[in-house]
Ligand binder design. Structure first.
Ligand SMILES: Cc1cc2nc3c(=O)[nH]c(=O)nc-3n(C[C@H](O)[C@H](O)[C@H](O)COP(=O)(O)O)c2cc1C
Length: 230
């Protein structure tokens, strides 16, 4: 394989910098051939002992709309989340600070005030509308594999989202879609021993959606990376 980006696609650095969470999409579907190219690239992600334990389910078009409606029915029924994997309830310290700043950037772009509970609820519900995306991918792995093997699915997810970015396709990673795994089990006939980790809504960005004006910064590498060289 050549190390030059194919015509019409972004280079690695361009794709990394272009990828950001897109929360508003056009109806235009991604052509089937582009989908195959993108998912073939993602399949190159590394995994422990090359076991390739990600299970990926994609709903498009009317199927995505039907799936979205099933999610919304469950959310509006008032049923609480029943995720397959444990997760931290609340961030503390610097992680809480960054979480709040990120929420402020998103709600600020959407024009939602801090005390506008209804606005925030509506914004949260947009997750289950897949932000109007014509496609959604759900990522699962065997339930008993644990945190270390979940890393591999994370690597798959980022490879997938970068492949999308390189092909001009926007995406949003969504832990929120793992809140109601029974919806996915019914819809895709997912085996009970698989647990749902996350979803990714994707398609072509609608630049007119205010949420898509959101930009969130990163700290300098000095806060994250320790180099020792002597
Ligand atoms: C595993 C994971 C789960 C996420 N879950 C959600 C989600 O449920 N809803 C959402 O709007 N954004 C979600 N995000 C997007 C993050 O908020 C976003 O990646 C972060 O703020 C950095 O912004 P950027 O993606 O635009 O660079 C998630 C991201 C990751 C990596």
């Amino acid at each position: 394989m050549s190390n030059v980006a194919p015509e019409g696609t972004l280079s690695f650095e361009e794709a990394v910098m272009a990828r950001r969470s897109v929360r508003g999409f056009l109806d235009t579907p991604v052509p089937a051939e582009t989908l195959r190219t993108i998912f073939t690239l993602a399949q190159q992600a590394p995994s422990n002992c090359n076991i390739q334990h990600w299970k990926v389910m994609v709903a498009s078009g009317q199927a995505a709309k039907r799936l979205s409606q099933k999610f919304i029915d469950v959310v509006l029924s008032g049923k609480g989340p029943e995720p397959d994997f444990d997760r931290l309830e609340k961030f503390e310290g610097i992680f809480r600070t960054r979480q709040v700043e990120t929420a402020q950037a998103l709600y600020g772009a959407m024009g939602i005030e801090r005390d506008d509970k209804e606005g925030r609820m509506r914004a949260a519900l947009r997750n289950f509308e897949f932000f109007n995306a014509p496609h959604v991918a759900l990522l699962a792995m065997p339930k008993d594999f644990g945190e270390v093997l979940a890393l591999d699915v994370g690597m798959y997810a980022q490879t997938l989202m970068l492949a999308m970015a390189a092909h001009g396709v926007g995406s949003c990673a969504q832990a929120s879609l793992s809140n109601y795994p029974s919806v996915i089990r019914d819809f895709f006939g997912l085996d009970d021993h698989y647990g749902l980790l996350m979803g990714i809504s994707f398609g072509y960005e609608d630049p007119s959606i205010p949420a898509n004006k959101t930009r969130v910064p990163r700290t300098s590498i000095d806060a994250a990376v320790q180099f020792i060289d002597d």
